[in-house]
Design a protein around this ligand. Structure first.
Ligand code: LLP
Length: 441
């Protein structure tokens, strides 16, 4: 058994998460519901933190990429684990700050940050801002000057590494909307531009090559390119980067096409990066940079599952069988966006043999409202509880009220107890911001 396994099947043949029976969770909290295992989350945060402490003399920081799942409780957990966070909007920044997250350990990202977000970041002394455009550099320099602040910044660099993942979640291809490319010289120009900004302190560089990546070689290659870039900038501008932020992207298991990684495998990803840094900095006579990594999916993805109740079942003879659940693209848009694959099982009959392949559909008024295709299941019946696995990352965070459905609540399981970390929405929440202008009354 993998030490990261958060799931098991109990004596009743029910699926358990973090030691709790999912059928009981479904009964107590209703469905659909996102369920997270706190121990799994903390173990993942620790494995990254420990490897930097043990193999890189603590000269670095793990940031939880909170776009994967953002809510107050997760920032509290990150703070307790003494890691930092990466945020990409005023909303994520506000959520982190609202639970007293140390602003020094917050890194703000975004290819088109709003002026109001930059102001908010400066007013709250957010530690580092990752600059992604000339416009942003100008605005930020002015805003920092007005406030008498010298703001720490990194440059988002595009090292041009193509990682094998879905085209939409690759971010460092040469045609990406993110960052400044090394190959066309724009990253180099941005360095001299920022070095001339009075109110900005250039600390170093950031890159992120994509998400759901398993190939170690992609991370190694990106690290090599970034260290070469650091060396080049030292030679050209006399600027030696103090910080190197290599982003996130480590893959997780969704279905049997994916490897099931152990804690040691994640440790190894970071160790390989550290090896490259150690070797290359020695070779090029550079100082070892402060190493920042930003895993999101690998911290929270496999820690979460979604529980549903099976509703309508429809078989189109000889073509396909739909098993519809009480969720859909409003709470998991990843199939619609990326044709993502998932594993599902009947949580109340988890030992039953899978005898057919079905399409798991949602309840939205849209044919593309599919959660997963080709899912092996026992013959499902209305009322069964279905668990879809590895839904902790980018499910809640990409959910919407499409069709005015409720975004499901989130439950955190710890030491045999389950409690809300995001409460259920109500019809009142759905209409909360609606206004009927007087003339329509
Ligand atoms: N750092 C930066 C700058 C990023 O853009 C991302 C993810 C991360 C870190 C975290 O990457 P991770 O460790 O989670 O792979 N919605 C898509 C994923 C988009 C990822 C965007 N950036 C999905 O559902 O697959």
């Amino acid at each position: 058994m993998n030490e990261r396994d958060t799931l098991k099947i109990n004596g009743k043949g029910h699926l358990e998460i973090g030691g709790l029976d999912t059928v009981d969770i479904a009964r107590q909290f209703g469905t659909p519901v996102y369920v997270f295992d706190e121990k799994h989350i903390r173990d993942m945060m620790r494995v990254y933190k420990d490897v930097i402490n043990e193999d890189y003399c603590g000269n670095g920081l793990v940031l939880y990429a909170s776009k994967a799942f953002s809510c107050k409780a997760i920032y509290k957990i990150a703070a307790q684990e003494e890691i930092g966070v990466d945020v990409v909007s005023g909303g994520e920044m506000f959520t982190a700050l609202s639970v007293g997250f140390n602003p020094d350990k917050i890194y703000l990202h975004g290819n088109n940050k709003l002026v109001s977000e930059l102001e908010f970041a400066l007013d709250n002394r957010v530690g580092t801002i990752v600059v992604d455009s000339y416009r942003e550099a100008d605005i930020l320099d002015n805003l920092a000057g007005e406030r008498n602040i010298k703001q720490n910044v990194l440059i988002r660099v595009n090292p041009g590494v193509e990682a094998h993942t879905h085209a939409f979640i690759q971010t460092a291809r040469t045609d990406s909307k993110f960052g400044f490319s090394v190959s066309d010289g724009s990253a180099k120009s941005m360095v001299s531009y920022l070095l001339n900004k009075r109110n900005l302190r250039l600390k170093g560089f950031h890159c992120h090559i994509g998400s759901q990546i398993f190939e170690k070689q992609s991370f190694i290659l990106a690290t090599e390119k970034m260290i070469s870039f650091i060396s080049d900038m030292k030679d050209r501008h006399g600027f030696e980067a103090e910080t190197l932020n290599l982003g996130g992207g480590f893959g997780i298991w969704y279905n049997d096409e994916d490897p099931k990684l152990k804690l040691d495998d994640y440790r190894d990803y970071v160790k390989s990066i550290i090896d490259v840094i150690n070797n290359k900095t020695k070779e090029l006579n550079l100082k070892k940079p402060y190493l920042v990594i930003e895993p999101g999916r690998s911290i929270i993805g496999e820690a979460g599952i979604t529980l549903y109740t099976v509703g309508a079942i429809k078989e189109i003879q000889g073509i396909k069988k739909y098993v519809a659940v009480d969720g859909g693209m409003f709470e998991n848009p990843r199939y619609a966006l990326y044709q993502s694959k998932y594993t599902a099982l009947l949580a109340n009959r988890a030992n039953d043999v899978c005898t057919e392949k079905v399409t798991v559909a949602g309840k939205c008024c849209e044919s593309g409202d599919i959660i997963a295709v080709d899912v092996a299941l026992p013959i499902a019946q209305s009322g069964d509880i279905m668990a879809v696995l590895s839904t902790g990352a980018y499910n809640y965070s990409m959910a919407s009220n499409y069709n005015r459905n409720f975004v499901p609540p989130s439950i955190l399981v710890n030491a045999g107890k389950a409690e809300y970390i995001i409460k259920p929405q109500t019809y009142e929440d759905i209409v909360r911001n609606d206004i009927v202008p007087k003339r329509l009354k």
